[in-house]
Design a protein around this ligand. Structure first.
Ligand code: LMR
Length: 333
């Protein structure tokens, strides 16, 4: 009798979680730091829409834009701890993961144009970099584009000498730190959500970013001069906690992979136009002056920043530089 009662008790205890498990959706928290009205912001919403549709609601994606859940560094730590399941940080922010090779993508004047960037990331470079994440308990799912950086201050930045002594906010990459130093300026790592105020109050003099981020964060309102220099590229890696991802039922994971592939195509297809539109709006605002480099000015920047390539070897290692050099047919010395 006692055995029976115990068995019934055990059955009732087990019945509850199994039944509720069947009904409760799997939650994916997707945290990011930018506004919704940007390529990454739109990409995250597209993934949510498709993931929920393809899994018939078995998965619910909660998107937290604008650093509303975590700021830059915190979000990477939260992913490793499993408090958030999906992120799309810029590849310049991977150092806290102990994977420095991604910073090779921040080398100045590396990608000739958007087509070169796309080719690189769809090919062996992108895959090789993702392999580096595996040992960290992180799985890379996709690369999302956000175009080329502009750079700004409250004075025109046309020649390397114009950077002398200015403080620039950078997002985390030691390669960016190096090229700003090559220009005689003082770089400072700062969370994305703090940049507007730091520019406004003069904690830093300038920053670099893409047009969509300048527009949505209103950086252009507190920077008198922006140089549309295209000196470096901003891309994101969509990453998940591997334990979470590998623990999903295989059919669900397959649907999520399909949703991610489509959300990636979507994001990358809108990135150029979103940035072109953002630049047009910044221009129309009349609040800042846009500058474009002539050939001589560009060459002067390139020459001044060149020492970063030599320095990079000690930071990111020779293998990734060799791979990029081979794939893009560029001189990495
Ligand atoms: C930055 O911090 O400047 C960028 O990484 C923001 C972003 O994610 O686009």
């Amino acid at each position: 009798m006692r055995k029976l009662i115990l068995a019934a008790l055990a059955a009732s205890l087990f019945a509850v979680p199994v039944a509720s498990q069947a009904q409760d959706p799997i939650i994916i928290k997707f945290s990011h730091v930018v506004a919704e009205d940007t390529p990454k912001g739109q990409g995250a919403l597209k993934f949510k829409e498709l993931a929920e549709k393809y899994t018939n609601g078995k998965v619910k994606v909660e998107v937290y834009p604008n650093s509303s859940l975590y700021k830059d560094k915190e979000e990477i730590e939260a992913l490793q701890l499993g408090s958030v399941q999906m992120l799309a940080p810029s590849t310049a922010k991977f150092a806290p993961l102990g994977v420095k090779e991604f910073e090779a993508l921040d080398l100045p004047w590396l990608f000739k144009d958007e087509d070169t960037y796309e080719k690189a990331m769809k090919g062996p470079i992108g895959q090789w970099l993702f392999k580096k994440l595996e040992a960290k308990g992180i799985t890379g799912l996709a690369y999302w584009d956000n175009g080329f950086h502009m750079v700004s201050a409250n004075r025109p930045l046309l020649m390397p000498a114009d950077f002398q002594g200015l403080k620039f906010r950078i997002s985390g990459s030691k390669i960016a730190d190096r090229y700003f130093r090559d220009l005689g300026s003082i770089p400072q790592i700062m969370a994305f959500s703090e940049v507007y105020q730091a520019l406004q109050t003069g904690v830093v003099d300038g920053c670099e970013n893409t047009p969509s981020n300048y527009l949505t964060q209103k950086f252009y309102e507190v920077q008198k001069d922006i140089t549309v220099s295209n000196h470096a590229h901003l891309q994101y890696a969509v990453i998940v906690n591997s334990k979470f991802w590998n623990g999903l039922p295989p059919d669900i994971r397959a649907q999520l992979e399909k949703a991610m592939a489509e959300a990636t195509d979507y994001t990358n297809s809108i990135a150029r136009k979103e940035n072109a539109d953002a630049l047009a709006k910044i221009k129309q605002s009349g609040k800042t002056t846009l500058h474009y480099l002539n050939d001589d000015q560009r060459k002067a920047w390139q020459a001044a920043m060149r020492p970063t390539y030599k320095w990079a070897k000690g930071r990111v290692g020779q293998p990734v530089l060799d791979l990029i050099g081979k794939e893009l047919h560029v001189d990495m010395n």
